[in-house]
Design a protein around this ligand. Sequence first.
Ligand code: ADP
Length: 346
Amino acid sequence: MTVRPTAAALVKDGEAAPDGALVRAEGLTKRYAVRTREGKRTLTAVDRVDLSIGEGRIVAVVGESGCGKSTTGRLLLALERPSEGNVTVSGRDLNALSAKELRLLRRDIQPVFQDPYDSLNGRMTVERILSEPARVHGVIQGGPGGARTVADLLDLVGLGAAYAERYPHELSGGQRQRVAIARALALDPRFVVCDEAVSALDVSVQAQVVNLLSRLQRDLGLAYLFISHDLALVRYLAHETAVMYLGRVVEQGPTERLFTDPRHPYTQLLLAAVPRPRARHGRARNRVAAAGELPSPLDRPRGCVFSTRCPLATNRCRNEEPELRPVGPDGRTAACHYAETAEVAA
Ligand code: ADP
């Protein structure tokens, strides 16, 4: 007799999604054919990534520039197709959907990108920008099951009705990002990919927009994939965090546990590199960096992807790739042979 796993049993990170995942990536892989001086090569941007995002949950993806965060986001948004693996949204495999079905599903999954200047059409008024999703999807604004009205959207993001007449260049950076968030919410999505959504903003404005994202997430029960290089922000916002390195998820789990007791040497170094202004004895804590250069994704190390920079690497690490496996009882996973004992942070 075969026993079918329940939805909850399929969720890899334990408490992540009590009633099944809204968005799930399994074995997600993206390779690009690139031209180099040596000829055509294959670049692996995302490599066998598993993620599960429950309804109303915030999952952060962190890691150095070029580790595959944005590509993962684009794959979850179905803006690109995976080379291998799949993404399911509410149990529906994006690879298996017809163009029409995918269009319908896109209402549920929306992006907020870093630079609202790029993503907002400068020739449109805010009113037009916020009405566009309804027009594109052929739904009525304000009707049941339709799109939100412009007034409702402006109100949601804390902008007055007068902003409807303005053009993007007449707005501050924070106001433009509020409009971009409002546009993402126009069709009442359930899942929003925030890709460095506040990184371009001044620090004081950043805090306001982060609080807005947090309030909207709670009030509307949204799920976020929160892509960021800002670890303090991630710690503040995210329920769970996945740490990426050269296309691989190397550690994943409940944010607070991961920040207080990182198990992968890369996570330990990443967290140690965050300056702590109020360190003991008033001294700023030293930055501890991983040794050497970040390898090119064209020449990924064999064995553990982090082995060329890891202070603890052994022959085993250089030859045998560690699987992402449970470490401890708290739903944490880490891809390190020595995750139970690894300690590299100063
Ligand atoms: P991150 O968001 O973490 O900075 P990205 O997902 O943007 O990383 O990129 C991961 C890797 O994939 C990088 O080496 C990047 O140069 C490469 N990459 C991303 N998109 C493409 C593309 N369309 N063609 C070729 N290489 C790409």
